[in-house]
Design a protein around this ligand. Structure first.
Ligand SMILES: Nc1ncnc2c1ncn2[C@@H]1O[C@H](COP(=O)(O)OP(=O)(O)OP(=O)(O)O)[C@@H](O)[C@H]1O
Ligand SMILES: Cc1ncsc1CCO
Length: 277
């Protein structure tokens, strides 16, 4: 479900976006980390997009030029020069760029690379977890690695007033960096500085599988490739959550529940099957 601060529900046609993506078969250039590359490629393929994982500095520009959208995932900070070349091409062609600040709460170097990147290129959307977004906003370390910090887990336990307070500084951040921000978590916060919505789709298992955030960023790039807008970004994170819910519903439950390994596969299956019913 997508709603705003007045609790008005947004009726977004997620299937409409999905059909447009399948019809267009957009090329999505992903410069992403070694953990997520395979899952990002497969979730994009499942939903009818065409992923290209390419991170050599000498061909990233050309490859991005042949695609429809670019994802720069800073879990692959070692490929920063390739991101730079790819973004030059994408910017020239006005392709949407999604930047994923993986791990910026844990590394000053990564933070400075990310802030440098978004200052040089017009990024359509930043998608990260709350520790990553806070690290960029407050320009300080917030986490020990790529996962959301204990501090945020303790302080964001479903309390609506905390959610709305977070939405306020995330909105300020969005205005500062002049792009859409998707802050993922139990309730995703999506803002472009003017509009803010909350997305409750998803399930807890999504946080127990590595790279679901990286996949969400790749999925967002596919959505933005058919419509580069705030609503499209909100629809993409809602779609991701719905895929998680679909996987949970359709996976066979063993006597001890659903394993995170099976859930990971179920999530990719869901991206292909969700609108078949
Ligand atoms: N507790 C939860 N309940 C429901 N959905 C969740 C929960 N935690 C995460 N999600 C969903 O999982 C996806 C990934 O979000 P998350 O915040 O875990 O990303 P991340 O920490 O950047 O992931 P990663 O670093 O593993 O790629 C989003 O679609 C989000 O809505
Ligand atoms: C980069 C990375 N390192 C550990 S897991 C992961 C994937 C996204 O968080």
């Amino acid at each position: 479900m997508i709603f705003n601060e007045k609790k008005e529900i947004y009726g977004v046609d997620i299937k409409g976006f999905y059909v447009k993506i399948a019809k267009k078969n957009p090329g999505i250039h992903c410069i992403t980390n070694i953990v997520s590359a395979n899952d990002c490629a497969n979730i994009l393929l499942a939903m009818g997009a065409s992923p290209v994982m390419a991170q050599h500095v000498l061909d990233a520009g050309e490859i991005s030029g042949g695609c429809d959208a670019l994802v720069c995932n800073f879990g692959a900070t070692g490929a920063y020069d390739a991101m730079y070349e790819a973004a030059k091409s994408a910017a020239l062609l006005k392709h949407p760029i999604v930047a994923d600040p993986v791990g910026v709460g844990a590394s000053a170097y990564r933070r400075s690379c990310f802030l440098d990147f978004i200052s040089k290129f017009k990024v359509s959307c930043i998608r990260g977890n709350i520790s990553e977004i806070r690290a960029l906003h407050e320009k300080r370390p917030t986490a020990r690695g790529v996962d959301v910090s204990e501090y945020e887990l303790k302080n964001n336990s479903g309390d609506e007033s905390v959610l709305f307070k977070n939405a306020e500084w995330i909105r300020e951040f969005s205005l500062k960096v002049n792009c859409i921000v998707v802050c993922s978590g139990e309730t995703d916060i999506v803002t472009d500085g003017k509009n803010t919505v909350f997305v409750t789709d998803g399930c807890i298992l999504m946080s127990r599988v590595s790279a679901t955030g990286c996949m969400a960023s790749a999925v967002t790039a596919a959505f933005l490739s058919v419509e580069n807008s705030f609503i499209s970004a909100a629809a993409s994170i809602s779609f991701m959550g719905r895929c998680g819910e679909y996987a949970l519903k359709h996976l066979e439950r063993g006597t001890s529940g659903i394993g995170s390994g099976s859930f990971r596969v179920g999530l990719i299956d869901a991206a292909g099957l969700i609108f078949n019913e």
